[in-house]
Design a binder for this molecule. Sequence first.
Ligand code: HEM
Length: 163
Amino acid sequence: MVIPEICAWLENSSVGTAIRQSTWLFPTIETVHVLATVLVVGSVTMLDLRLLNLASRDRSVTELHREILPWTWASFAVAVTAGFLLFTSSATKYYHNVPFRIKMVLLVLVGLNAAFFEFRTFRSVASWDQGRRIPLAAKIAGTVGILLWIFVVACGRWIGFTK
Ligand code: HEM
């Protein structure tokens, strides 16, 4: 099996060992992880709420999309980097942890939902950019996005109670 071997190598690496043995590294990286995830979920939820006609109704969807997504992507990069560093500290334990596995699957689903929206639904945005006539596919993307993020955060917290 390749993955358990990679996990063993990660946690025995100098980075994994340092984070595990230090009293302050793990909490510091986790703080960065939490702050970045707040920005990821907060920013993308603003766009999702626009798709559901629940916020920013007087702003065009493309304008919000252009302003918000760079923040989402930048904070996502920080969240993934910090999450990966936390993972290296006890990779084998996390690899076998059920909430951790569910969280990773949910993140893949988040990506699929976003990709479907970007490459299919958003292509026709010119016809629904302004105003409140949002197509059903966009409303579904917004709803699914919000629900998936809620469960990602819940699973993130759940890891700490089951490891
Ligand atoms: C942007 C997407 C992500 C979100 C919203 C998220 C959310 C969370 C949350 C809310 C926590 C709990 C923090 C706490 O207990 O104070 C957490 C912890 C954690 N996350 Fe993430 N996370 C994300 C991505 C990742 C990724 C990609 C990885 C791994 C590669 C990861 C690995 C971890 C680990 C190892 C913990 C520590 C669990 C513990 O031992 O308490 N996260 N995450």
